[in-house]
Write a new protein. Structure first.
Length: 433
């Protein structure tokens, strides 16, 4: 995804602004949010709220898209380029990103549309029906429908085929065919099947990776306090990883950390709100709390586990970058090749689940422009490009889609800021009831 300093500053500023508009909800009501999201997972609620999937399924579908290679390789690259201090700024950007994601979800639910084919929502709908700007709505939809084939499809398919080839020696074409077949079984069933599979895969893959990371931290527990000190001190004086930018400056740590924090959880991009819009919920703010939780899990939990493993094991001083650094860290902390299999397994599951969730995002964007009847065609194209991506083909399209992916944030942010009064009103209404 494109990541320039201007876009980073705009996204960060929007997060600060929206935090003020919702009264720092993510801090003030944090424990309330945990109680009424995770705390109610096994509570059977009475009544029938409008929607197609449960709030938890909406969360896991959104997490399927946001938890990806960035949580494994992206954190390592952030430390490589900006030093351990970049992790601190990831936390900061994610804190403000909670308000951004909350706002996206609230508006997506508020302005979602119902038809005989189900419920649809997202930035294109609150831009059209809330901001009354069909132009911005169409712009977001075109960008989303096209960008999905890059960041959400071919890049992910290629990540899986490469990981399988390097670890198990299985040829990319074979992996691509299997992946395309499984993808077809899932996405041809629509959002309900995608949500069902995501609600099974996401908790498993997160627990799988999280447990491996915790085991390593238990072994290197004496290094954890110094790891936090390294992160905090590096945030304010700069310190480069071996092989990174020598003498990484404070600005470098800030820029890399903020950028990685923003794009690992996709707060400001608007894509995740498309999944949340389909949730069965009686009030927009109620689903918005799941958006806050989404950012917390993605960045403050999973990315932090990766960062602490990299620092406590000394992997950040090896000169390695990306997934290679993370594999080195896990191999040092776990016996035999267990670490490599955990990281590889994480990459495969994370990438594949991202591929499934983005198929829904791209489809909804395309159907907003071309009509709901185009859904079947879009799904078939998606399956075809899964195979193409697994072979590493059309990398020029990857680059173009990367640019389009970043540009999605612009119309989305315009809507979030312009409609922030609606978000504030709905928030006050919900928490005053």
């Amino acid at each position: 995804m494109i990541i320039g300093l201007p876009l980073t500053m705009v996204l960060f500023a929007a997060g600060v602004f929206l935090t003020c508009r919702v009264g720092a909800l993510q801090a003030r009501k944090f424990f309330y949010i945990l109680k009424h999201t995770l705390g109610e997972l096994f509570v059977r609620r009475r009544g029938k709220a409008p929607g197609e999937i449960t709030p938890f399924q909406a969360l896991t579908t959104a997490l399927a898209a946001t938890i990806g290679t960035g949580n494994i390789a992206g954190v390592a690259t952030a430390i490589f380029l900006g030093g351990p201090g970049a992790v601190f700024w990831m936390w900061v950007s994610a804190f403000f990103g909670m308000a951004t994601k909350y706002s996206e979800v609230v508006l997506a639910v508020q302005y979602r549309s119902r038809s005989r084919r189900g419920i649809s929502g997202g930035p294109m709908y609150f831009l059209r029906d809330g901001l009354h700007s069909p132009l911005l709505a169409s712009l977001f939809s075109v960008l989303g429908a096209l960008a999905a084939f890059g960041i959400g499809n071919m890049v992910q398919a290629n990540s899986v085929s490469c990981a399988v080839s390097e670890t198990f020696g299985i040829p990319a074409p074979f992996t691509g065919l299997i992946m395309a077949f499984i993808t077809a079984l899932v996405i041809l069933g629509g959002i309900r099947r995608i949500a069902l599979i995501s609600s099974a895969i996401v908790p498993f893959m997160a627990l799988f990776y999280f447990t491996g990371g915790l085991f390593i931290l238990l072994i290197f527990r004496e290094q954890i306090p110094s790891a936090f000190l390294t992160i905090i001190s590096g945030a304010f004086r700069g310190e480069a990883a071996l092989g990174g930018f020598a003498g990484a400056s404070l600005l470098q740590a800030w820029r890399i950390g903020i950028a990685r924090g923003i794009f690992t959880n996709e707060a400001g991009l608007g894509s995740a709100s498309i999944a949340h819009a389909a949730a069965k919920t009686a009030h927009p703010s109620r689903q918005g709390m799941w958006g806050v939780l989404e950012v917390f899990i993605d960045t403050h939990i999973i990315c932090t586990i990766t960062a602490l493993v990299l620092i406590t094991t000394g992997a950040w001083q090896t000169g390695l970058d990306g997934a290679a650094m993370t594999i080195w860290a896990f191999n040092r902390g776990l016996p035999g090749a267990t670490g490599q299999y955990i990281v590889t397994g994480g990459l495969i599951f994370f990438a594949f689940s991202t591929l499934l969730a983005w198929s829904y995002y791209g489809e909804k964007c395309a159907c907003f422009i071309l009509g709901e009847g185009f859904a079947g065609t879009y799904r078939l194209l998606w399956i075809l490009f899964v195979f193409v991506g697994s072979l590493g083909g059309l990398k020029l399209i990857w680059g173009l889609a990367d640019i389009l992916n970043g540009l999605m944030a612009i119309p989305n942010l315009v809507g979030l800021v312009a409609l922030s009064g609606i978000t504030a009103r709905l928030t006050k209404e919900y928490f005053s009831a």
